[in-house]
Structure formats: structure tokens, C-alpha cells
Design a protein around this ligand. Structure first.
Ligand SMILES: Nc1ncnc2c1ncn2[C@@H]1O[C@H](COP(=O)(O)OP(=O)(O)OP(=O)(O)O)[C@@H](O)[C@H]1O
Length: 924
């Protein structure tokens, strides 16, 4: 059995546990050109994403505006005049005093007055305006030389106002946009911060002749309102309060409208705060003036009238505009907040002591917390993962302004600085701290000031609620009137100081009465509408948020769907290419098969080579197909194990035909009837097929080897017939015969047993070489018939022939019966000897052959071989079913396979069955 160049298990499917991994091409890069070409056009069976419908949906205008309204925090800078009017007056007085005392007699009238060194020095400035958005801060010469401090440039300001800038100019550029937004219903805040005496209060409130941002804003708001009185009903409220420290320990809130009544902070709202209704600019100005008079101030070295508290002014708008076309009400509300912070102070500079020093600590602390809140907001915006630190909890002011400091509402900052050299440290510190705030962005602006503010206003205006629920009492009337009276008195004082015309007390009283009356009427009108407005606004807000979320989800799904469509296109094209490839492979296999079928005239050797080639190619194809990841290829015919098995079956049937062909040749030569031969072959095929189907991996090598073996045996017989047998061939043949005989002996089928014996006899005759096999012998064989054998049981046995059977008879019986004696005691018979006779039809002469029970080769044929493997023995017990499984366990592993291949001694069941067939054919 030669197994050269072929695997011992040709039908074994080799499956790599870890197949070579090929980099799976990405859809975009590895897709063929056709894929790319077709990927743009979506497949017909997938409906296109209704992007047009979605995009055609109307998105609320307000939503778009809000999304686009991402803007930075506006930081303005104002440089106050080097020397204020008061300071000029003070200087003049000082100079005049010096004149009187020191230069009472001027020796030289042309000589200028020499000012003290302190006043001279203050003329030098440390802040230079580069352009509208940039300033340079230069340290004084003394600091430059000693500490090597260099000039710093600060940029990014929304606007830098030089010392020459007027209040009106500042208002137009800084506050007017906020006011306009406020009138449109958007809330906003302006906070002024800077060192003490830098002009915060001056900028925010101004003075009689030079009104500041608050009076100008009120003037703008209320004058604009007068023109639209007929069209809209809108009410403005003013509230003003201050936060100061109580002996440096506690923070307290004082209402500056309501005669400094104590207020209480709750969360981000203030309880008990009163709002005054605004009607015209004069009335508003008088209220502001009254509030300012109540504000806590004190004289320090930096400022003769330094603010000792944080002052907050709220202008709230609540209006209801009647839309006649629609027939419904549209309402809105907003708050404009202006904060005047107390200026940070240096202890050295202010020289504060005692209670002033405690106030100074509180002021500095509040300013620091305010700055920390803005810094936290900036850091949070830079790194959104980082949670925003809650510095706002550390002071009342920041708690109240929480929404602004968390970037939920718009605000603007005003930095005020003093330009003098001696103010370099304060200015530099402020700009270093505040210039980064220009990077703060307002991405999410809450434009719905109605709800939030209304909640707050309801909480913080209990007096307003009281007015809604109670009738106006005489006491309240008096209270308000009393407040108005005091306010008028104060205004009179201020007006006198500023040279303005006096405000008539009666006018103020009348105005106040009118205010209260109108206020009550307006509140009655708005009471019912306010609830509806809140509800509508809330519903609108919910729907808006829902539409936003829906829009985002749709966008996300659209993107995912596009990706999925691309992937589908790519996979589809890959599948097509793989199908083409599999078809090519199939054609190749068909071609090969067609070549292989033309093997009728090919010798068995060539045929065997082809079989090997086929098997090798199939294995190669199979391995190749499996290595290219069958999952990707899809249902490729050459790849599937089912097709492979079918092909193998086809091949097996071809081999079977070949065997039949060979057998028919052999049978014809031997004179065997084709009927018997075909029966044998059919039996073989049936058994082999059952074996094949059971295991799905029939060993083709066995079949091939059987073919080889048969050829070999046939050749040997030919040689024997021609009398050219050598000793080696004889030995090989003998061993083969022995093997075959072993199997036959174990088979209890009588027919097969008889065939075996006949074949053995023939083979024995060949091996003995006692006589040459001539034509006469063959003729004689044809005419003779072999009688069934018999076994000698006793040494005194006689052999008789009865009814064409050899019968061993004991001596006593032989005498009683008239048997035709063949052999008797004259011939030495031993128990266990087997005798069989051949009857010749021509002359009815019996030829007797005895096989001795021991010492002869034929004796071995009677005994079962002991060298059979136990597994084989178990199998052969069930030989009746003839399930030709190779019970010899196939060795595992490469080495074991090689070993199994090299040792051809392990005869398989296929070999046995073939041998049986050969034996039967040859014996007949
Ligand atoms: N731009 C300016 N033009 C003219 N005078 C100014 C200007 N800015 C400030 N002043 C004057 O400077 C003085 C101090 O100003 P102001 O009180 O406004 O400082 P401040 O920053 O509020 O100080 P504090 O924080 O201590 O209250 C005031 O007398 C004011 O009139």
C-alpha cells in the first residue's frame, strides 16, 4: 500500500482553529471601485430617509435666534479723570492757602506757584489707551528699576473709555444695548467693579449735572414708554437695596426705597423688598436720589464719600400688549439689574481702622467671591467635565446674582480704574484678575425671565401681594405719602446744592397719590392675566424643549442611517464579487471533473495519480476557501461542506465504477459469471456507502489502495500462471492470503467460508509450485466440483461420500452402512484434520485432499488469529451487518499520521472486503 504524496486521511476536513487573520477592509478604503460608484445611490428596496420632510419642518424662530446668540461676556473699562473736579477745587484751595501763607509778598510776579511734591507726582499716569479695546499698564519708574516690572498690555475689552469719555458716551456704548434688550423683554445685568475711588458710583449714578447710567437708563425707558402708552400697557417697577456688613460680622440687606427696612435673603430671592412703580424719568430720578441718600457711605483716604455697601438696582418691566389681530394677549417681563459694588481697598492706602477696617474686609471679601464665581464659570466653560464650584454661596450678593454668575443670563462688567502712578498696583491687580473674564461665553441664556422673575418678585414683594389681596388702606397710603414726602425733601436739598429748581412738595404728594391709584387699577387688570400668561409660557417652553430634543434625535438617527446604508452597499458588492469568484471555482472543478471522467482508457496507475491529484486539489481548494472566511463569502458552493461531500461521493462512485470495470475484466478472464461479480460489487458498494454516509469522510486512500492491491494481486496471479513467481512475491502474497483467510475464518457465513477454502486451495497450489497450472488443469477445474469439507474426529475414522458430502464415520458405523469409502485407517488421519473432496463429473472420480490439524499452514486457517486488535474483534463479532468501519483508531497528530502512513501493515476493513471479493472471484 503506497501512500506517497497524499495524506493518509484525504477526506478529513482540515479546519484551522486559528485561521490566518486577514485585515478586513474598511468599507471606505477597501471597497472596490464599483462599490464606491454604487454606494452613492441607495438600494431600491430601502426607502430613503425623509430628510426633506424633516428639513422642511418649521423650527420656531426664537429657538434659532437663541442658538445663534452665543456671545462673550462684555467687559468695559473706564479710566476716570486723573484729578476730579472736587480734587481740582481742593488743589486750588491748597494752592490759594499756600499763596497766602508762603507767598504773601511775591518777589517775582512771573514766577509760578510751586506745588507740593505729592501733587506733582500724581500727574504721571500708569494707564495708556492703545485703542478702543486695548490698554497698556506701565509701572512707575521706581518699580521698574527696583523690581524689574515691565509694562503689561490688556486687550479684549468690549470698549475702553478714556478719562475724556462723557457719561452719555459711556451710556450709549455700554448700557444702551442692555436697555434695548430689556425693552425687548430680555433680562440683563451691569456690574461695576474696581478699586475705591475709581469712579464706580460716579459712573452708575452720576450727579445732578452729569447723570450716570441708572438715571439715563430710566430716562430712556420711561420716555420711550410715554410714546407707546396707547398701544401697550406696560409697568416698570424699581427696587433698590444694599448689602452691607453689621459690624463686620453679618451681612444685612436694607431696602433703599422703603426707608431702609430690613430684608431677608431666601435662596436667591429677597423677602420683604418693595418695588416702586415708575411713571416718568423725574419721579424715577427722585426715587434713586432718595435711595442714594440712604446708602451707607463713609470718608476714607481714598474717597471722601466711599461706598460701604454693595448697591443693587432692579428695573423690572411687566407689560401686556393687546394683539387685536389674534385676539389674544402676549405678555413678557424682564429685569435690568445694575450693581454698584463697593471698591476694593488697600489697608495701607485707606488707613482704615476699627469699624472701617471691618467694613473694608467685608467689601474686599465680597469682591473676591464675586471674582471667584466668574473664574469658576470660566473654568467650567473651558472644561465642562469639571463641575462648577459653588463660590456664590459665600456671600449674599453672589447668592442673589447666581443666575448671572452661572452664565444663565446676560451681563456686562464695567472696570473702573484710576490712572495715577500711585494707583498702579490697584489697576494692575484689577486688570490681571478681570481681563480673562472676556472669554466667558453665554451659551445657554434663559430668556424666560417671566417665570423666574415673577416667582422672585412674588416672594420678594410681599407688599405687592398684600396690595393684590387687600384694599388700599389709609395707613398704607400715609406710609407711601410719608416716604414721598421725605424723598421730596431730600430732592429739594440736592437740587438746591446743584442749583436746580426746587421740587414742589405738593407736586410730589400728588404724584405719589396718582401712582398708587394707577398701580391698584393696573394690578386688578393684570391679576387674572398673570396666571394665564404663566401657564401659556410654561407650555410654550415645554413644547420648545421637546422640539429641540426631537430635532437632535432625528439628526442623530439620520447620521446612523447613512452609515448603515453605506455598509449595506459595501456588503452587497462584496457578496457579488464573492459569488463570481465561487462560480469561477465551480467551473474549474467541473473542468477538472470532465477531464477526470475520460479515464476509461487510462491505466490504473495514471488513474491513481489522477485520484491523488484530485484529492490534493480538493483539499487545497477546501483549505483555501476556509481560509478566506466563509462567512464573508456567503453561500459559496465550493466552500460548503455539503457540496464537498457530494463531490466526494461522486468521486467515490467513479472509483467504484473503476473497480467494477476492473472486476468485469477479471471475471471475464476467469470465466466468472457477471451476475455473481455484480452482486459482489453491489454488496461492496452498499457496505462502503453506508460506511461513507455514517462518517461523511470515507477514506479514499483505502479505496485507492484496494485498487492498487487488487492490481498487485492480479499481477501476481498472472505471474503465477505464467510460472514466473519469485520467492519475495510469493511471501507477500502468502501474507496477504493469510490475512484474508483470518478474516474469513472469523466470518461464519458458510458461503464465504467455502469460497475462502477454495481460494486458499488455489493459493496453496500456487505457493507449493508442485505442478504448473496448465490448460488441462483449468479445464479439469471447470469440470470438477468441490464437495463440502469434513473434519476428522477420531483416529479410527473413515471418510465416506454421501449425497455429495464428505462424511467422517467411525469404524463401527462404517461397517454397518454402505458408504463409499474414500479414506480410512490405512490413510493416517488425525483428529482435527480437515478433509474435502473434489468430484470430477467426467469419470466420477473423487480427489481427496487432507489438511492436517497441526504442523501445516492450512491449520492456521482454521484458527482465529490472536493478533487481532480487541476493537477489531468486537467489530467482527457483528460482522453479519458488515459495517466496514475502520475500528483501528486513527492516530492523532502529524507525527502519528506519518507513522500510520508509513506502516502499511494496519489492514483496513476496505482491504478486507476487497480481498474477500478477489478471493471469491479467483476461487471460482
Ligand atoms: N469720570 C469721572 N469724571 C469726573 N469725576 C469723577 C469721575 N470718576 C470719579 N470721579 C470722582 O471721583 C470721586 C470718587 O468717585 P466714586 O465715589 O465714584 O468712586 P468709587 O469707585 O465709587 O469709590 P468707592 O468704591 O469707594 O465708593 C468722586 O468725587 C467722583 O466725582
Amino acid at each position: 500500500m503506497e501512500m506517497k504524496g497524499s495524506s493518509p486521511y484525504p477526506c478529513t476536513v482540515t479546519i484551522r482553529r486559528n485561521p490566518h487573520r486577514k485585515a478586513r477592509p474598511t468599507p471606505s478604503s477597501a471597497a472596490p471601485a464599483s462599490v464606491l460608484r454604487t454606494s452613492s445611490s441607495p438600494p431600491r428596496n430601502i426607502s430613503s430617509f425623509p430628510i426633506e420632510d424633516i428639513l422642511s419642518m418649521e423650527v420656531p424662530e426664537k429657538q434659532l435666534i437663541e442658538t445663534a446668540s452665543s456671545e462673550n461676556l462684555k467687559v468695559y473699562m473706564r479710566i476716570r479723570t486723573l484729578i476730579s473736579q472736587r480734587e481740582i477745587l481742593k488743589k486750588e484751595k491748597t494752592v490759594a492757602g499756600l499763596k497766602k501763607t508762603k507767598n504773601s509778598w511775591p518777589k517775582n510776579p512771573k514766577s509760578t506757584i510751586t506745588l507740593p511734591k505729592k501733587l506733582k507726582k500724581s500727574n504721571a499716569v500708569c494707564v495708556t489707551v492703545n485703542d478702543a479695546h486695548t490698554v497698556t499698564v506701565s509701572p512707575p519708574q521706581s518699580l521698574q528699576d527696583g523690581k524689574r516690572i515691565k509694562s503689561e498690555v490688556y486687550q479684549g475689552f468690549s470698549q475702553v473709555f478714556s478719562s475724556e469719555a462723557s457719561q452719555r458716551e459711556v451710556y450709549e456704548k455700554m448700557v444702551n444695548p442692555l436697555v434695548e434688550d430689556f425693552l425687548k423683554g430680555k433680562s440683563g445685568m451691569l456690574a461695576a467693579l474696581g478699586p475705591s475711588g475709581s469712579g464706580k458710583t460716579h459712573t452708575i449714578f452720576g450727579c445732578g449735572r452729569d447723570p450716570g447710567m441708572v438715571p439715563l437708563s430710566l430716562c430712556r425707558i420711561l420716555s420711550q414708554e410715554e410714546g407707546n402708552k396707547m398701544q401697550s400697557r406696560r409697568i416698570f417697577y424699581l427696587s433698590m437695596f444694599e448689602i452691607c456688613s453689621e459690624k463686620g460680622k453679618f451681612e444685612k440687606i436694607f431696602d433703599l426705597i422703603q426707608d431702609g427696612a430690613d430684608l431677608f435673603n431666601q435662596q436667591s430671592s429677597i423677602k420683604g423688598m418693595r418695588e416702586a412703580v415708575l411713571y416718568d424719568p423725574q419721579q424715577a430720578e427722585s426715587l434713586i436720589a432718595c435711595g442714594l441718600l440712604k446708602r451707607a457711605t463713609a470718608m476714607t483716604n481714598s474717597n471722601s464719600q466711599s461706598s460701604r455697601s454693595q448697591c443693587i438696582i432692579n428695573i423690572r418691566c411687566e407689560y401686556k400688549k393687546v394683539d387685536e389681530k389674534v385676539g389674544g394677549d402676549n405678555s413678557n417681563s424682564a429685569v435690568l439689574t445694575i450693581v454698584d459694588l463697593a471698591g476694593a481697598e488697600r489697608e495701607k492706602k485707606t488707613g482704615n481702622q476699627g469699624i472701617r477696617l471691618l467694613e473694608s474686609n467685608f467689601i474686599n471679601n465680597t469682591s473676591m467671591v464675586f471674582g471667584l464665581c466668574l473664574r469658576a464659570l470660566l473654568e467650567h466653560q473651558k472644561n465642562p467635565r469639571k463641575p462648577m464650584q459653588k463660590h456664590f454661596q459665600n456671600s449674599l450678593l453672589t447668592r442673589y446674582l447666581r443666575d448671572y454668575l452661572e452664565g444663565k443670563k446676560r451681563m456686562a462688567l464695567l472696570l473702573t480704574v484710576r490712572p495715577g502712578e500711585e494707583d498702579y498696583l490697584d489697576t494692575s491687580f484689577l486688570l490681571r484678575q478681570a481681563s480673562p473674564y472676556t472669554k466667558i461665553k453665554f451659551d445657554i441664556i434663559e430668556e424666560h425671565g417671566v417665570l423666574n422673575h415673577n416667582k422672585r418678585s412674588v416672594q420678594r414683594t410681599p407688599s405687592l401681594v398684600q396690595l393684590k389681596r387687600m384694599k388700599l388702606s389709609r395707613s398704607e397710603d400715609c406710609e407711601v405719602n410719608q416716604g414721598s414726602y421725605e424723598c421730596a425733601q431730600l430732592l429739594n436739598k440736592e437740587a438746591a446744592a446743584e442749583g436746580m429748581k426746587n421740587v414742589s412738595l405738593t407736586d410730589v404728594r400728588a404724584q405719589s397719590e396718582e401712582i398708587i391709584t394707577v398701580e391698584a387699577n393696573e394690578r386688578n387688570i393684570l391679576r387674572v392675566d398673570h396666571v394665564d400668561m404663566e401657564r401659556e409660557e410654561r407650555n410654550h417652553q415645554i413644547l420648545q424643549n421637546f422640539s429641540k430634543a426631537l430635532w437632535k434625535v432625528l439628526k442623530e438617527y439620520k447620521r446612523k442611517l447613512e452609515v448603515a446604508e453605506n455598509e449595506i452597499c459595501t456588503l452587497r458588492n462584496c457578496l457579488t464579487s464573492e459569488e463570481t469568484r465561487s462560480a469561477e471555482l465551480e467551473n474549474q472543478v467541473r473542468d477538472w471533473q470532465s477531464n477526470c471522467c475520460c479515464r476509461e482508457g487510462i491505466s490504473s496507475e495514471i488513474f491513481s495519480r489522477k485520484v491523488d491529484g484530485f484529492r490534493g486539489k480538493k483539499l487545497l481548494d477546501y483549505d483555501e476557501n476556509h481560509s478566506t472566511d466563509c462567512n464573508e463569502v456567503g453561500e459559496s458552493e465550493t466552500c460548503t461542506p455539503g457540496n464537498y461531500i457530494i463531490n466526494e461521493k461522486t468521486k467515490f462512485s467513479e472509483l467504484e465504477n473503476e473497480l467494477r470495470y476492473w472486476q468485469s475484466n477479471s471475471c471475464c478472464r476467469k470465466g466468472i459469471s457477471s451476475e455473481v461479480s455484480s452482486r459482489k460489487v453491489d454488496e461492496f458498494r452498499r457496505k462502503s456507502y453506508s460506511d461513507f454516509e455514517n462518517h461523511q469522510s470515507t477514506d479514499f486512500n483505502e479505496v485507492k489502495s484496494e485498487v492498487y492491491f487488487c492490481h498487485h494481486l492480479e499481477g501476481a496471479l498472472h505471474t503465477r500462471n505464467e510460472g514466473r513467481v519469485d520467492s519475495t512475491t510469493a511471501q507477500k502474497l502468502e501474507s496477504s492470503i493469510e490475512d484474508a483467510t483470518d478474516i474469513e475464518d472469523l466470518n461464519n457465513t458458510n458461503e464465504m467460508k467455502a469460497d475462502s477454502i477454495r481460494w486458499n486451495d488455489k493459493a496453496a497450489a500456487v505457493l507449493s509450485g508442485s505442478g504448473s497450472c496448465t490448460d488441462q488443469d483449468r479445464e479439469r477445474e471447470k469440470e470438477s466440483s468441490v464437495l463440502p469439507e469434513c473434519t476428522v474426529t477420531s483416529s479410527r475414522s473413515y471418510i465416506f461420500v454421501e449425497n455429495n458430502h464428505c462424511v467422517p464415520v467411525v469404524e463401527d458405523q462404517a461397517q454397518k452402512k454402505d458408504y463409499k469409502r474414500l479414506l480410512g485407517p490405512s490413510t493416517t488421519l488425525m483428529p482435527g484434520d480437515v478433509v474435502h473432496a473434489v468430484a470430477h463429473h467426467d469419470n466420477n472420480v473423487l480427489e481427496v485432499v487432507t489438511k492436517h490439524g497441526s504442523g501445516s499452514k492450512f491449520q492456521n486457517a482454521d484458527k482465529p488469529k490472536r493478533r487481532l486488535l480487541p476493537v477489531s474483534s468486537i467489530l467482527l463479532k457483528d460482522i453479519g451487518s458488515i459495517n466496514f468501519k475502520d475500528e483501528n483508531e486513527k492516530p492523532k497528530g502529524v507525527k502519528a499520521e506519518k507513522k500510520g502512513a508509513s506502516s502499511g501493515e494496519n489492514r483496513t476493513q476496505g482491504s478486507i472486503s476487497l480481498l474477500r471479493l478477489l478471493k471469491a472471484n479467483l476461487a471460482i
